[in-house]
Unconditional design. Structure first.
Length: 48
C-alpha cells in the first residue's frame, strides 16, 4: 500500500511539474511579446 501511495504521489508531482512547465513557457512567451512591443514603441519614439 505504501508503494502505491508513493507512486500516486509521484504521478501528482509529475503532473504538477508539467503544469509548471506550461506556465513557465507561457510566461516566457508573454515576456518576449512585451519585449517586442517595447522595442516597437522605442522605435516609434525615436522617429518622432
Amino acid at each position: 500500500m505504501e508503494r502505491t501511495l508513493s507512486q500516486l504521489e509521484l504521478k501528482k508531482e509529475q503532473a504538477n511539474l508539467e503544469e509548471f512547465k506550461k506556465f513557465s513557457d507561457r510566461q516566457g512567451e508573454t515576456c518576449e511579446d512585451l519585449k517586442r512591443e517595447n522595442e516597437g514603441w522605442e522605435h516609434r519614439y525615436m522617429n518622432l
